[in-house]
Design a protein around this ligand. Structure first.
Ligand SMILES: [Zn+2]
Length: 389
C-alpha cells in the first residue's frame, strides 16, 4: 500500500528490476546490472529489499554465472500468497474482507453504519478497517495487490461517479474508487451490488462455471446483474440490469425515481412486509416471514408467490433477450426460497419462449448476504496489479 511514493526514482528502478526478473532477462545481480543499466550498489540494495519483502527468492548458485569464476545466486520472483481487499457497502453496513489468492476470506469486519449519510465517513472507516485487518494478519503491505468496493447505487462507468441522488444521497458525484485508491495506495475498482452478486454467484456460487447468468437482488431495492460470456456486462454507461424501475403498474404508488408503479414499488422487502403486516400482531421482518412460510402460513406464501410472479414477468423479457443459462435469485427476500422462486418459475414459464425456458435454470443464490463481499473479492482479483509493483 502507501509504503513507497509511486513515481519515485527508487520505485521506478524497483519496477525495472522486477520486470527483468519476470521476463527472465536476468536471473542474478550481475545480469540485472547489465540489463537495467543500474549501478551495482543500487541493484544490490533493491534486491535486498525485494528479498526482505518476500517478492524475490534466492535459489542455489548457477555454475558459470558469477564473476571471477564464482557462481552467482539465482534470483526469481516468488510465488505469492497475494491478498486482495473486498468492501461491501450496504445502506446500513460496511463489511471489509481480506482474501487470499484462493479467494478465502482470511480476515473480516462488518460494522453497522449509516452509509448513505456521509461518503467521507464511510470511506475513511473502510480504509482504517483495511489497515487494521492487514496489520492484524501480520501481512506485509506489499502483499496486498488491490481492492474493490460495492455500492447499492449505479456507478457511471465513464467517470466512476455515483449517479442518482434518490438512491445514495450522500454519495452523488463522488468517485469512491479513486478516493479509496488515494486513501489505500492501492488500485481500487468499484461496481454496484447487483453486478457484484452476479460475479460472485457465477464465480463461487449457484452458477459457478456458467458463462451466461442473470442475478437478481431482491432487497429494499431490486436490481439485476448480468454475466455474459463469463464477464460482467455493464452496458455503455454502467446501467445495464436496472430492472427495479421497469413499470409494472401504471396506476401504482409513486417510486423514489419519480415514476409510478415500478417493479420495486410492488415487490421490494418493504412492500412485502407492508402487505403482510395487517394480518399479524408482532412487527414483521424478513426472518419472521421466513418462519411464517416454513410454518405453512397461507397468506405469507401467497404474497411471496405473487411477488415472484411479478418479478418473473419482468425477467421473462430479459431472458427472451439474453437466453441465459441460469437465473439466480439473491438479496434479503430470496431467503424465503421456493415460496418466491416458485412464482418466478411459473411466470417465466408462461411468459418466456419455450426454448428459452428449457435452457434456463431458476436457482436460489448460495452465497446469501455474502454475495456482495465475495463479488468485490472477485473483482479485486481481476483488477489487482501483480504483487509488489
Ligand atoms: Zn422507480
Amino acid at each position: 500500500m502507501a509504503d513507497r511514493p509511486p513515481n519515485s526514482l527508487r520505485e521506478l528502478n524497483r519496477r525495472r528490476v522486477l520486470a527483468a526478473l519476470r521476463d527472465r532477462h536476468a536471473t542474478n545481480r550481475g545480469e540485472l546490472c547489465r540489463v537495467t543499466g543500474l549501478a551495482r550498489t543500487t541493484v544490490t540494495s533493491l534486491v535486498a529489499e525485494l528479498l526482505g519483502d518476500g517478492i524475490v527468492v534466492e535459489g542455489p548458485a548457477e555454475p558459470g554465472t558469477g564473476r571471477a569464476g564464482r557462481p552467482a545466486a539465482a534470483l526469481t520472483l516468488a510465488p505469492q500468497p497475494q491478498l486482495v481487499v473486498g468492501i461491501d457497502f450496504g445502506h446500513s453496513h460496511c463489511t471489509v474482507g481480506i482474501a487470499d489468492s484462493a479467494a478465502r476470506v482470511v480476515a473480516e469486519c462488518s460494522t453497522p453504519m449509516d452509509v448513505d449519510a456521509s461518503a467521507d465517513r464511510a470511506l475513511a472507516h473502510a480504509a482504517a478497517t483495511v489497515h487494521r485487518l492487514v496489520e492484524g494478519l501480520g501481512a506485509r503491505r506489499t502483499l496486498v495487490a488491490g481492492a474493490a468496493l460495492g455500492l447499492p447505487a449505479p456507478v457511471d462507468l465513464r467517470t466512476g461517479a455515483v449517479g442518482s441522488g434518490n438512491i445514495l444521497p450522500g454519495w452523488v458525484d463522488r468517485r469512491p474508487a479513486a478516493e479509496l485508491a488515494e486513501l489505500l495506495g492501492l488500485p481500487v475498482a468499484v461496481d454496484n451490488d447487483a453486478n457484484l452478486g452476479a460475479l460472485a454467484e457465477a464465480t463461487y456460487g449457484a452458477a459457478r462455471g456458467m458463462s451466461d447468468v442473470v442475478y437478481v437482488k431482491v432487497s429494499t431495492g431490486i436490481g439485476a446483474g448480468l454475466v455474459l460470456g463469463g464477464e460482467v456486462f455493464r452496458g455503455s454507461t454502467g446501467l445495464a440490469g436496472e430492472i427495479g424501475h421497469v413499470p409494472v403498474d401504471p396506476d401504482g404508488a409513486v417510486c423514489r425515481c419519480g415514476n409510478r408503479g415500478c417493479l420495486e414499488t410492488v415487490v421490494s422487502v418493504t412492500h412485502v412486509l407492508r402487505l403482510l403486516q395487517p394480518a399479524h400482531r408482532e412487527p414483521l421482518d424478513v426472518a419472521r416471514v421466513v418462519e411464517l412460510v416454513e410454518a405453512g402460513d397461507v397468506g405469507a406464501a401467497r404474497v411471496l408467490r405473487d411477488a415472484g410472479a411479478t418479478i418473473g414477468r419482468v425477467l421473462a423479457d430479459l431472458c427472451n433477450g439474453l437466453n441465459p443459462e441460469a437465473l439466480v435469485l439473491g438479496g434479503e427476500l430470496s431467503q424465503v426460497g421456493e415460496a418466491l422462486l416458485g412464482g418466478v418459475r411459473e411466470s417465466i414459464g408462461r411468459s418466456a419462449q419455450p426454448g428459452i425456458v428449457r435452457a434456463l435454470r431458476v436457482l436460489a443464490g448460495t452465497l446469501g448476504p455474502r454475495a456482495q463481499l465475495l463479488g468485490a473479492v472477485a473483482l479485486a482479483q481481476r483488477h489487482a496489479s501483480p504483487v509488489g509493483w
